[in-house]
Design a protein around this ligand. Structure first.
Ligand SMILES: [Fe+2]
Length: 273
């Protein structure tokens, strides 16, 4: 299990990643991109996995939906985990559709006891099927539900206990949602059980009127770097990576950004020591 610094691997960087020397500790692979029969993605997949530890990151589990779990998807995920020797597999605390309609978006859940019980049972089913703990990521959101009975961080903390799962904390998503909904992001960090945080995401966002939109097409902003320092204070040396999905820069530019994460973590941990 890596606690080092990684990148979300994108096809633009396949060749740079395979060109020595190794300059990241691990890669996160987008699960669905490799659920294919063959071709370029699988060719690179095997070569990357020979050289790096990898984690899988999916968007299709729809763990919060009321539609039945898709066991053919889960079987393909299990197969991909075996093929890659993945350190862990993550997906989002969201629902992406119902009754065969796919919204192609990561929709937040109402934070109620009923939803908690529902999602926890589904996570346990997935974990039984995969034979390992699932890693669940907090999403950015632009709406909340009147029916919510607890905060998002209370819901996540309860979910970890009820489902016995791990957490991928996206520091940018916490920041984006904190601005959109007016909560204190530090309170969020302090509400999450530290021993279950397996991975941290860092990413960029855009301002659209009064809302922040989680676009993953910008460098990490200063406020998110500051929140990352607080996350390191709280969670220690947890596997950290940069997630970039649009305006993809040169590999070296992402490595420079990742270098900033390394130096923030080093200085926070040194100070703590
Ligand atoms: Fe993320």
């Amino acid at each position: 299990m890596s606690s080092g610094f990684g990148l979300g691997l994108r096809p633009q960087h396949y060749d740079a990643a395979l060109c020595p020397p190794r300059r990241v500790d691990w890669f996160e692979l987008l699960t669905e991109n490799y659920m294919v029969g063959g071709g370029k993605p699988l060719h690179y997949l095997d070569r990357i996995c020979e050289q790096y530890p990898v984690a899988l990151h999916g968007v299709s589990m729809s763990i919060g939906s009321v539609s039945p779990l898709d066991f053919s998807y889960l079987a393909r995920l299990r197969q991909l985990m075996q093929r890659t020797g993945a350190m862990w597999a993550s997906d989002h605390l969201c629902w992406t559709g119902v009754d065969g309609v796919n919204l192609h978006d990561l929709m937040p859940l109402p934070y109620t006891a009923e939803a908690l019980e529902h999602v926890a049972a589904r996570i346990r089913d997935v974990q039984d099927f995969l034979g390992t703990r699932l890693v669940i990521e907090n999403v950015s959101s632009y709406l909340t539900y009147r029916s919510s009975e607890m905060t998002e961080w209370q819901f996540v903390a309860e979910l970890v206990r009820a489902a016995d799962c791990d957490v991928l904390l996206d520091v940018n998503n916490i920041y984006v949602s904190s601005v959109n909904h007016g909560f204190d992001p530090l309170q969020y960090l302090h509400g999450i059980p530290a021993e279950r945080v397996r991975q941290l995401h860092l990413a960029g966002h855009e301002q659209a009127g009064e809302l922040l939109i989680d676009t993953h097409d910008q460098p990490v902003c200063e406020a998110v770097w500051a929140l990352y320092a607080s996350a390191v204070e709280r969670f220690g040396a947890v596997a950290t990576m940069i997630e970039r999905d649009g305006n993809i820069p040169a590999y070296d530019e992402l490595l420079t950004e990742l270098g900033r994460a390394r130096s923030i973590r080093e200085s926070v941990l040194q100070r703590a020591a």
